[in-house]
Design a protein around this ligand. Structure first.
Ligand SMILES: O=C(O)C(=O)Cc1ccccc1
Length: 294
């Protein structure tokens, strides 16, 4: 018997048929899924308690992090990651059915900035002089060309968007690199683990670490050694500006261990004793299709 999915209210980056929508559908019942136009809207919906969860893109294998997500996660003081979903990303070029014989006359190509970047080489070589217009999501671009059949505009997005908005696929799989996966996170005000079938074998923990004020040599090395001598494996470390002045950063660190493991407790205590500010977004499982090495 198929396991029932969760059916709480869940904000996702919409409109319908974004990659985020596809990811959210892997964990939650369709009836609870509520499209929101931007990533900040999704995060605000969960922070204000309007929804129980938000599903937003966090990081793409080709383009790196989605800065909006990281910055809003850090601002929302009580936010936790309850799960991660990883999905392969295939980008297709699509137009309104009415424009399918006018590809040579295209005036612009629209999509989410990450989607345009993932197809950069293809778009530059095939459509050299055509402006690329950024939209809030891939399906927002698809919906726009569906609603405006007379405009000579193409969109980049997934197959579900082409089907949902009745569009013609001009060319399939236009992303420049085959190894194209995106990580999405399930955010909530509750520190908790979404636990259901087919989760990853182990959990990981996401930490935010702020170094003490004032420049000093070896600060980052000191942080890394806290994890290194405890043999805590890091799967990601990234710096983001603190927005308090040039050169001030915080770090987002993913550790392949749960936060209640004695070594993790020790690591967080040691970071605090080094005057770092440490915040845990919680420990969680990964779902979906994990990337295989190219
Ligand atoms: O715009 C979408 O469809 C999203 O869900 C964001 C996104 C864009 C490009 C790759 C992966 C996710």
């Amino acid at each position: 018997m198929e396991e029932r999915k969760f059916s709480p209210s869940v904000a996702y980056l919409g409109p319908e048929a974004t990659f985020t929508h596809v990811a959210a559908s892997l964990l939650f019942e369709k009836s609870g899924l509520l499209p929101h136009p931007t990533i900040p809207d999704c995060i605000e919906a969960v922070v204000s308690g309007k929804v129980a969860y938000a599903v937003v893109p966090l990081e793409n294998a080709l383009e790196g992090s989605v800065p909006l997500t990281i910055d809003y996660m850090v601002q929302g003081e009580d936010l936790f990651i309850n799960a991660e979903i990883s999905t392969p990303i295939e980008q297709h070029l699509m137009v309104n059915q009415k424009q399918k014989d006018n590809i040579d006359e295209l005036k612009s190509i629209q999509s989410h900035p990450h989607a345009l970047a993932q197809c950069h080489k293809y778009l530059i070589y095939q459509f050299r002089k055509i402006p690329l217009i950024q939209t809030t999501s891939t399906s927002a671009a698809a919906k726009y060309i569906s609603d405006n059949p007379d405009e000579k505009i193409a969109a980049v997005g997934n197959r579900l968007a082409a089907e949902k908005y009745g569009l013609h696929i001009v060319e399939e799989n236009i992303h420049d690199f085959h190894y194209n996966h995106t990580r999405f996170v399930v955010l909530s005000l509750r520190k908790g683990v979404l636990e259901k079938k087919n989760h990853s074998e182990t959990k990981k923990t996401t930490l935010m670490v702020k170094l003490p004020e004032g420049d000093r040599s070896g600060g980052l090395h000191q942080i890394l050694s806290v994890f290194a001598w405890r043999k805590l494996n890091l799967s990601k470390i990234e710096s983001r500006p603190l927005k308090t002045g040039l050169g001030n950063y915080f770090f987002i660190i993913d550790v392949q261990e749960t936060e209640d493991h004695p070594m993790m407790i020790g690591a967080m205590e040691e970071l605090a004793s080094l005057n770092c500010i440490v915040r845990s977004f919680g420990s969680y499982f990964t779902y979906g299709q994990l990337p295989t090495r190219p």
